[in-house]
Design a protein around this ligand. Sequence first.
Ligand SMILES: [Zn+2]
Length: 151
Amino acid sequence: MRALFRDRPLGWRATGYNVVVMLPLKFFERLSCMYQAQMMDPWWQEYDKKPGPRRALALFAGQYAYERQGRARSYPHAAYFAIDETPTLNGAKIWEAFRGELHGDRPNAKLNPLYHTGARCNCVCCVFAGDGGVEDIIEYAMRRNRCRSRA
Ligand SMILES: [Zn+2]
């Protein structure tokens, strides 16, 4: 950490018990590289090993769908494994598998992206459903140039 600040001007202002530290923007740039290498790249590599609708949906649920304040820390992992290990991409079966992954914890169904209530509901399986089943949302986004291709 100290090496990050060695040649950077830091502004310190201490008032009473409050200390304000001004961090250079370069700090966050370097931090984003570490975040990408540790948190994002392993997930993308999993998709690259076996691309398709299942991995795309699991990646979406594991990385994005549960990014909200107040959710249990176990939900993204439970969602990823529920999708990855359920034989068919069926909303009801995935919801059942998700609850099984939680080992008795009872998630708030109304705030849960995997909660399936019936055909054309708001669960991620129904939202990403196309004519032939669940769409590969990563392939779809790359085809439409809605996200950058990965190097
Ligand atoms: Zn549904």
